[in-house]
Design a protein around this ligand. Structure first.
Ligand SMILES: Nc1ncnc2c1ncn2[C@@H]1O[C@H](COP(=O)(O)OP(=O)(O)O)[C@@H](O)[C@H]1O
Ligand SMILES: [Mg+2]
Length: 321
């Protein structure tokens, strides 16, 4: 038997998405072909302790960071691995950092003429010192209903839909529990939620389009991870869309990934105005969920790339770079 590649799977980590990372990593490790890979689980604790000295990461042929959110998906771990000279799966420092920061991501989209909902950015100190002015500006420039979200997180943690002026303040406080920077974004009416998986280094490929039917008013944490069985959110793969719309969404996904340097892998999420059909890019995830029911692997499965083969491709892309 040829020597197996030594693959380190990084998971857990310091972000609010620790638990999701554990589920994703369990699934990745269960699907990695053990005849090809010698897999080492590397669990990072919630307070950021690693089970091995960082320099020992050099002993691996490739590292697969399955970390969601800050301190893992945001370029920090990618910077460490770049310094150590170890090939790793997914986007590099720039793509990871831009993808993590929803405010900067949206600025990059706008600079490329790519469609995103109107939004404004508020810093914690502005909110603490001038709450009335912030609220007045949000109502004037964004209006209600709006979404309030921490700039750098995921899994809908800290995200609120604000429908009345009375609810604004609590939503801001909640978002600022998680980040010093908050995005206030116009709600896309009757939003349909679409997602596309992207794969590749120099030439990116887009999967079929998937749709999420959230079990709640919007795709919040409970709708993502807690509701199960009859109550669970549903995935429609492929999304029921006219072919021209699906093609447009896939094209936008590729542009979004290109514009943000999201190489290796990315999942690009969309919101479609349910009344007017307008398509908006919502966000990019450079380390998307990898649980057995996660959209990223499911979209590839539906596009003819089974889970284990997807992992082989991701590792090959890491080594190629
Ligand atoms: N502008 C918006 N219009 C409609 N729904 C939104 C909007 N922004 C966020 N949402 C809802 O909130 C969810 C989480 O927001 P998102 O920006 O995707 O953050 P996260 O990174 O936490 O997933 C979305 O999946 C969607 O259901
Ligand atoms: Mg999202």
């Amino acid at each position: 038997m040829a020597a197996r590649l030594r693959v380190a799977v990084l998971y857990g980590g310091q972000s609010g998405e620790h638990d999701v990372s554990v589920l994703s990593a369990q699934s990745v490790m269960a699907h990695l072909d053990t005849s090809r890979y010698e897999v080492a689980p590397i669990y990072i604790t919630r307070d950021g302790r690693w089970p091995i000295p960082l320099e020992q990461l050099r002993a691996f042929d490739v590292v697969f960071p399955v970390l969601h959110g800050p301190m893992g998906e945001d370029g920090t771990v990618q910077g460490l691995l770049t310094l150590l000279g170890v090939p790793f799966v997914g986007a590099g420092v720039t793509g990871s950092a831009v993808g993590m920061d929803k405010a900067i991501f949206k600025d990059v989209m706008r600079a490329h003429g790519l469609p995103v909902p109107p939004s404004i950015v508020v810093r914690r100190h502005e909110w603490l010192h001038h709450p009335e002015a912030v609220q007045a500006r949000a109502l004037r420039e964004i209006g209600l209903p709006c979404f309030v979200k921490p700039a750098c997180l995921g899994s809908s943690i800290g995200v609120s839909k604000v429908k009345t002026q009375d609810a604004f303040s609590a939503a801001m406080d909640e978002a600022f529990r998680w980040d010093r920077k908050v995005l206030i974004e116009r709600a896309v009416p009757k939003a349909r939620e679409l997602e596309v998986s992207v794969l590749g280094n120099d030439t990116l490929r887009a999967s079929v389009v998937g749709e999420i039917i959230p079990s709640r008013e919007f795709y919040d944490y409970a709708a993502k991870y807690l509701d199960s069985g009859e109550r669970a959110s549903r995935l429609l793969i492929p999304a029921p869309l006219p072919e021209a719309v699906a093609d447009w969404v896939r094209t936008l996904a590729l542009h979004a990934a290109e514009a943000t340097e999201a190489r290796g892998m990315a999942r690009v999420d969309f919101l479609v105005d349910g009344e007017r059909g307008e398509v908006f890019i919502s966000e990019i995830n450079t380390i998307p969920g990898f649980t057995p029911i996660s959209m990223y692997p499911k979209l590839w499965e539906a596009s003819g790339v089974p889970y284990a083969e997807l992992l082989n491709t991701l590792i090959a892309l890491a080594l190629e770079r």
